[in-house]
Design a protein around this ligand. Structure first.
Ligand code: SF4
Ligand code: SF4
Length: 501
């Protein structure tokens, strides 16, 4: 790309007194930012190519490199920020749609940060999680409103299939293709160790991961890439992806540069071809159509697996969820507008959808008002960043949360938003074999286990502090939440009181 019109977004500052010319930075950078000038006997850099992934900074043995945001680019203007100006230059040059990745980075309010959690004091004492049992286990799936027993006391009511999780957290759908096989392996193995589930995303399932069946959710998206009978049977649940928080209203996109080798074989798409899943499922234009797909998937898997329907959080999400709950789906996933992705049009990512907190509160309320809340479990995703976000989501009505970006951060992601280039220097969002091997699946597994073990401890501590000893007792318990700096309307939508009340 030409840089006639703007300075690079990042400035690379190299301390030549510290630099020992080891060329580590050059070897670590797939974007070819660094090079060695033999004549001058010094390292050079092309800042235009830098995405600020920080790989060179971390791997420089003498800490000689610093990358800073280039603040010298244009005259300060409160209306036209540098990003907007740069995007106009880019489009004036290319005539194309702007592409990006990861989640919406814009400065919209994050409601989780404006909600505070309660703690017990005198009359309703806290529970000490180190000395008393705390139940973090959850079961996802349709719950029976009544249970019948025979004369001997045995339950004779048919129970819908349930998913068992050791804590209310799962890894969200990230396809093989958008992320590397090593990343998928780490997610699958960590799920098995933690007693939770990971999700294949829409790219099919690599044959080496079939052994993780008990911890796998297989996804069926509009492109039906990699979907066949064995695949549908290769997990404990099937997720129909109708929408995604990072790009509501449009389909998926895996650039042809990532469609190589096993990715192409697993997706059943020719090498080098872009895999573009359509915006709608071409057989679903109503709740009745959705019900047919739900029924078909249940039939083909002998009614043994819960069917999940995933949608993006959009303006009329409560009515949409009510329809899905009547389609026979067992679990509804709602993905908020900050959800991550491997590739999305920048305008869609940054401007479409609504915050997950508001969507969740309204969906939970609507399903309760209609008396169908027990027909489905609710899972939310779209930037769940910490154990506190999990607690708040559960108290707003979620049965469990999906995490995606947080899991990738644990694997080493530095949020550079260059996943769509296929050149992830951390070996996560790439299929380049030299980059893929930078992520050791065993190390990744351990880091994911550490992260969620820490979150589980924190969840127990926060629950104990509230005087609550099970996730079930926290679910939908909005009395445990208070809002700060929110309008009356926002508090009403969230169904919580203001701090001080
Ligand atoms: S990694 Fe650091 S020390 Fe090595 S060449 Fe690059 S800047 Fe110099
Ligand atoms: S996965 Fe890789 S390319 Fe994507 S944001 Fe993280 S570090 Fe950057």
């Amino acid at each position: 790309m030409s840089n006639l019109y703007y300075y690079p977004e990042f400035e690379i500052i190299r301390d030549n007194l510290k630099c020992i010319k080891c060329r580590n930075c050059e070897n670590q950078c797939a974007f070819l930012v660094h090079s060695y000038d033999e004549k001058l006997n010094m390292m050079k850099e092309d800042a235009n190519k830098c995405v600020n992934c920080n790989r060179c900074v971390v791997f420089c043995p003498t800490k000689a490199i610093k990358i800073v945001k280039n603040e010298m680019s244009i005259t300060k203007n409160a209306n036209w920020n540098m990003n907007l100006v740069k995007e106009i230059y880019k489009q004036a040059e290319s005539g194309g749609v702007l592409l990006s990745s990861m989640g919406n980075p814009n400065d919209y309010p994050t409601y989780f940060d404006r909600i505070l959690i309660n703690a017990s004091q005198v009359t309703n004492p806290p529970i000490d999680p180190l000395r008393e049992p705390m139940e973090t286990k959850v079961f996802l799936g349709k719950k029976n409103n009544k249970i019948k027993r025979d004369k001997l006391g045995n339950i004779i009511t048919d129970m819908s299939p349930q998913l068992e999780l050791s804590m209310p957290i799962m890894f969200s759908g990230m396809s093989y293709g958008s992320i590397s096989l090593n990343a998928h392996k780490a997610l699958a193995a960590a799920s098995r160790e933690l007693g939770i589930l990971y999700n294949t995303g829409e790219g099919g399932l690599h044959e080496s991961l079939y052994e993780f069946k008990e911890n796998t959710i297989v996804q069926v998206a509009s492109g039906r890439f990699g979907v066949h009978k064995e695949y549908l049977e290769a997990g404990v649940a099937i997720e129909i992806k109708m929408g995604q928080g990072a790009k509501p209203g449009i389909g998926g996109h895996l650039p042809g540069s990532k469609m190589i080798g096993d990715v192409s074989k697993t997706r059943m798409v020719p090498e080098g071809s872009d895999a573009i899943s359509p915006a709608p499922h071409h057989d679903i234009y109503s709740i009745e159509d959705l019900k047919q797909l739900v029924d078909s998937l249940k039939e083909v898997t002998e009614y043994k697996k819960p069917i999940i329907v995933k949608v993006a959080a959009v303006h009329n999400i409560a009515a949409i969820a009510s329809g899905i709950a009547r389609s026979g789906a067992d679990i509804i996933v709602i993905d908020g507008y900050r959800g991550g992705t491997g590739a999305a049009p920048t305008r869609i990512r940054d401007n479409v959808g609504i915050p997950i907190e508001l969507a969740l509160a309204q969906v939970d309320k609507r399903l309760r008002d209609e008396g169908i809340r027990n027909n489905v479990s609710l899972v939310v995703g779209g930037s769940i960043r910490s154990s506190a976000d999990v607690i708040k989501a559960v108290a707003l009505g979620a049965d469990a949360c999906y995490i995606g970006t947080a899991a990738l951060l644990a694997l080493g992601c530095h949020l550079c938003r260059a996943c769509h280039t296929g050149k992830c220097n951390w070996g996560i969002a790439t299929q380049n074999p030299n980059l893929v091997k930078r992520l050791n699946p065993k190390t990744g597994e351990e880091r994911l286990i550490n992260l969620l073990t820490a979150w589980k401890h924190e969840i127990k501590e926060m629950m104990g502090g509230m005087g609550i000893n099970s996730i079930e007792a926290l679910k939908g318990n909005r009395l445990m939440l208070r809002g700060v700096g929110l309008s009356e309307k926002e508090l009403e939508i969230l169904g919580i009181s203001s701090a001080g009340e």
